[in-house]
Design a protein around this ligand. Sequence first.
Ligand code: NAP
Length: 384
Amino acid sequence: MAAPQPWWNKYEVQADPQNPQSSSTVKLFSVAGRNDADLAVDAAAVAAAEQRELAARPEATAAAQRALYARVQVPSFTLRDGHTIPAVGLGTWKAAPGEVRAAVHTALQAGYRHIDCASVYQNEEEVGDAVHHVLSAGLVPRSELYICGKVWNNDHAPARVRQACLKSIQALRCEYLDLYLIHWPVTGSVGPELRPSVRETWQAMEGLVREGLVRSIGVSNFGARKLQDILGYAEIPPAVCQVEVHPYHRNDALIAFCRAASIHVTAFSPLGSPDSASIFPRKKPLVLMEDETVRAVAKRTGKNVGQVLIRWALQHGTSVIPKSTSPARIRGNLDVLDWELSAADYAALSTLPFQQRMVNGAMWLNPKGPYTSMEELWDEPELD
Ligand code: NAP
């Protein structure tokens, strides 16, 4: 019996009546030959053909599925401990339960390998579902994934650090963490001294590396003085400092300090964190993605503002972790690897006069200490 003809063969290509010369733009299709019975036959035939293909060539089918997850090669930075960190990752703060599983899955399929997580984001289990899916189906090997976790402020006591780390590994279903950070130099203790001290917490972090639970350790929201203290006693120095960096908060002094100390900087809130304004009220409600210069560069380059800001972060020498749960923006935010901002555009974005922390940590100040002012918290004068 002859194989059924697919219904689309019955379509006829016609010239566009509005533009009869056009051969490549608009084409109209006649649906004269199509009926619903054709559709049903063809759907069954296609499904049967797929099943036959699957049964006959399981390895080829699996390889094709894996290839879907490997379309983009994201470059990496090498850390002082020899491990590498992919230059672009997916942020997951504020990625709501019910959305974050699909977001991580979309990201992994788009080519992201670096996922930025934290227990305080309260979504590690959903992130873990997506991680487990790709690992268990053999779509991405664990060695290609880069999972960052963070120990929260109430888990700084040495005995709790290991427990918190194990809990994150279990939730994220990832066997080990590639990077574990002290989320803030804050513990909730009141008084002149931070209790437990950063030193005690850091020594527990070093224990996690020795035990093989994490590959690299680092800090987040630490200023230069606090980093210098750690460097004074660390047996395993911080490999990464994750801090806020974008054209409204270039953070140049801290980046220069880290560069001199061989500490890699990851830029968080690279788009100016517009969705955290209600959590961290801002002195001036300026929105980075609406900045005139940012918009002008986007127009000139033919890219969107998000892409311009992520590309700026890469050219600024940092890895970068934009957050999105929109499939189109997740994919678009990774489309920053095969083009560059011109020197003039990079310079224009690197000299915006307005500077302000979006994630300012004001909630951690207490007149009794340990941080009584922004200057004490950030180890540098307040910006605005
Ligand atoms: P962000 O990445 O600067 O901005 C996220 C916001 O931008 C979301 O509202 C997102 O909306 C939107 N967005 C994403 N791509 C866009 C595009 N191409 N065009 C327009 N809008 C776009 O903010 P963030 O979440 O503060 O920072 C990123 C990640 O850094 C966090 O998720 C977290 O993983 C990490 N982080 C760490 C710390 C820390 O203390 N260590 C602090 C802050 C952030 P949609 O989701 O709707 O796309």
